[in-house]
Design a protein around this ligand. Structure first.
Ligand SMILES: *[C@@H]1O[C@H](CO)[C@@H](O)[C@H](O)[C@H]1NC(C)=O
Ligand SMILES: *[C@@H]1O[C@H](CO)[C@@H](O)[C@H](O)[C@H]1NC(C)=O
Ligand SMILES: *[C@@H]1O[C@H](CO)[C@@H](O)[C@H](O)[C@H]1NC(C)=O
Ligand SMILES: *[C@@H]1O[C@H](CO)[C@@H](O)[C@H](O)[C@H]1NC(C)=O
Ligand SMILES: *[C@@H]1O[C@H](CO)[C@@H](O)[C@H](O)[C@H]1NC(C)=O
Ligand SMILES: *[C@@H]1O[C@H](CO)[C@@H](O)[C@H](O)[C@H]1NC(C)=O
Ligand SMILES: *[C@@H]1O[C@H](CO)[C@@H](O)[C@H](O)[C@H]1NC(C)=O
Length: 451
């Protein structure tokens, strides 16, 4: 045991000894991925992308370099001196419809690759309410955040870079932007809208510099967007891990790393842009089922509205049309009902037979019967449809209407059955009340089956 421990510490020491340590990943699908410790939602895709989060709600994804680095020198008088370091990487944020996603991605230097109990959302998978801002954390991070509103304020769309120590209260924060050429004018950089963003972070023992630029610029801006005096002597420890953490919350984005290099006590190796994987496509909003649900609700409302108007119209119209002729094709399966039958069934639309009132007028129990009958007459299975004789018996209340149970049909996808039903409902216009009703019946059934 003791031997194993000392061997372990010897191994650790030998790993830490390399003072000028560095690495370079121009992509991730090869042996590079074996050098990383992946946690949570993060995966390496065959395209060479390191995907930290997908667009699920409240997920955390992390990727750390497996081997720790020695990032603190302690001399004979026990004075601490944090090492200089430098990193460059390319990231991509894919938000629903290119905006309004969340929450963000952070470059992290921490004493461990595990963050038990850490929360997603604003905490980026690194802290929670109880250990946020705790001096024992020894965590340095630079966050690339797309949501403002940390600490109780309401979430708003944000596009900022923060330099943080031990928590989410940034030491310095700046809207994402970059300097073009030697000029002093800032160019705004919307991180979510870019195909990919290059980032550089450097620490020389006195200042932290952060620079970002669109990948398409293909060069590093001359001037950093942030240059913040910071002493990390009490933050960094002897053995530190470097990596990324990203999270989603109520707002969601996919977070990707395309390439990454890092060095202690020296400049990070340059990424070769031509070897980077293709940036992920800026997809259309696929994950959001909310839009579908809204669409279905809106469409159903329209259909129901048309239906009620049609019903009302027919009722009024038929008051003046006492005689009607049934067409021959309607005899085996009636699609409409003579006013005479309706009139008889509802006992002349008597007040006592009414089951409720609404903005569209009085709704009768008999109308309900007629509507259900309509559904039954357009049943998917022919043997479930009543004969004309049965219909007359139902209308005269001689027989109770059977329950309509089996509406299952071959279309299993909501979209297909719904849209086809929706179109049928429209193309037949106001001609057939019962047909429209059956459409709603089918759609409702398949929505229930789909959820
Ligand atoms: C990595 O991806 C590239 C391009 O997609 C492919 O040519 C290569 O074979 C992949 N390597 C591994 C180890 O999967
Ligand atoms: C220890 O480091 C501090 C600064 O980090 C320096 O001022 C001091 O001279 C060093 N002492 C020795 C003995 O190297
Ligand atoms: C402390 O670290 C910085 C950055 O690595 C280095 O430039 C400086 O020389 C170090 N100071 C001492 C006293 O070792
Ligand atoms: C917060 O994080 C700390 C440190 O990781 C952990 O010990 C603690 O259990 C977490 N608290 C909650 C409420 O999850
Ligand atoms: C955030 O940090 C600043 C100083 O950097 C401090 O003044 C402020 O009180 C802190 N806010 C919170 C909520 O911790
Ligand atoms: C940080 O930026 C400042 C201002 O551009 C520059 O003077 C300094 O050398 C930079 N430091 C590093 C470590 O790149
Ligand atoms: C970058 O990669 C390309 C293609 O692999 C190669 O031809 C080129 O020499 C590389 N550039 C550098 C600076 O290494």
């Amino acid at each position: 045991m003791a031997a194993a421990t000392s061997f372990g510490s010897l191994l650790l020491l030998s790993l830490l000894v390399a003072a000028k340590a560095n690495f370079l990943f121009n992509r991730f699908n090869g042996t590079e991925k074996n050098l990383l410790s992946l946690d949570g939602a993060s995966i390496v895709e065959s395209s060479g992308l390191l995907k930290l989060t997908d667009r699920s709600k409240n997920v955390i994804g992390r990727a750390f370099y497996k081997t720790p680095f020695k990032m603190l020198e302690t001399n004979s008088t026990a004075q601490k001196n944090a090492s200089s370091f430098s990193t460059s990487f390319v990231f991509s944020i894919v938000s629903p419809s290119n905006s309004g996603g969340g929450y963000g991605i952070a470059f992290v230097i921490a004493p461990s690759t595990k963050f038990p109990g850490a929360d997603p959302g604003h905490y980026l998978g690194l802290f929670n309410k109880s250990n946020d801002e705790n001096k024992e954390n020894h965590i340095f991070l630079v966050e690339f955040d797309t949501v403002n509103g940390y600490k109780g304020e309401t979430d708003t769309e944000g596009n900022h870079i923060g330099i943080n120590v031990n928590g989410m209260n940034s030491t310095a924060v700046e809207p994402a932007a970059y300097y073009k050429g030697t000029g002093s004018n800032k160019e705004e950089l919307n991180m979510e809208n870019q195909d990919a963003v290059c980032a550089w972070i450097e620490y020389d023992g006195e200042k932290v510099n952060v620079t970002v630029a669109p990948l398409s610029l293909e060069e590093k801006p001359l001037k950093p967007i942030m240059s913040e005096p910071l002493n990390l002597d009490d933050i960094l420890e002897e053995s530190m891990y470097v990596g990324f953490s990203a999270s989603t919350g109520q707002k969601v984005s996919s977070h990707y790393i395309l390439g990454w290099s890092f060095a202690v006590n020296g400049p990070a190796p340059s990424l070769n842009i031509s070897e980077l994987p293709e940036p992920p496509p800026k997809e259309k909003d696929r994950s959001s089922s909310a839009s579908w649900v809204n669409f279905i609700i809106a469409s159903l409302s329209v259909i129901i509205f048309i239906l009620l108007v049609t019903l009302l119209f027919r009722r009024v119209h038929r008051r003046y049309m006492h005689s009607e002729k049934l067409e021959e094709w309607e005899l085996d399966c009636p699609h409409r009902f003579r006013y005479r039958d309706l009139h008889a069934a509802t006992k002349g639309f008597k007040e006592s037979e009414k089951i409720g009132s609404g903005g569209f007028g009085t709704v009768y129990k008999e109308v309900e019967l007629v509507l259900k009958l309509g559904l039954l007459c357009t049943h998917q299975r022919a043997d479930s449809r009543p004969t004309m004789r049965q219909v007359t018996r139902y209308l005269n209340w001689d027989d109770p209407l059977p329950e309509i149970l089996d509406w299952r049909h071959s279309d299993s996808q909501i979209s297909r059955s719904f849209s086809s039903g929706f179109l049928t409902g429209y193309s037949t216009g106001s001609t057939s009340t019962s047909h429209n009703l059956s459409t709603i019946g089918k759609s409702t059934m398949s929505i229930e089956a789909g959820t």
